[in-house]
Design a protein around this ligand. Structure first.
Ligand code: AMP
Length: 112
């Protein structure tokens, strides 16, 4: 059975699309943690960073180059934004399909 994000990419589950190209699909998070909260999902599913090695290094560039374009499109490139990838249980990862969170539109607390 396809994971949640594959079903979103295929249009079986509705989403608010923000951006798409042949590598990634990006949409608004259903439970936003900031005024802008977008998920950038790779169309080739890997689970997380643990599952995405050198043979799949292009996944990182595809995700982050799209994130860069989306930040510009949503006008948060100059004000700033945060990108997060959760990997594994302690991170709170809910969906085991590699994705980047883009958070912006407000001043955020320093985490690190
Ligand atoms: P993660 O915890 O990194 O796996 O992130 C999964 C994210 O998917 C969470 O921020 C959820 O709010 C979000 N999410 C879950 N279901 C949906 C959905 N149907 N549409 C949009 N975002 C979703």
């Amino acid at each position: 059975m396809d994971d949640l994000f594959v079903r979103i990419i295929n249009g079986e589950i509705p989403s608010k699309k923000v951006f798409e190209n042949d590598k990634v699909y990006a949409f608004e998070d259903i439970n936003p943690k900031a005024p802008v909260h977008v998920l950038v999902v790779h169309k080739e599913p890997t689970e997380n960073i643990n599952d995405t090695g050198l043979d799949k290094a292009y996944i990182y560039s595809d995700l982050f180059l799209a994130a860069r374009e989306i930040a510009k499109k949503l006008n948060i490139d100059k004000t700033g934004f945060r990108t997060i990838i959760n990997s594994g249980p302690d991170s709170g990862q809910e969906v085991y399909h590699m994705h980047v969170h883009i958070l912006g539109g407000k001043k955020m607390q320093n985490l690190v």
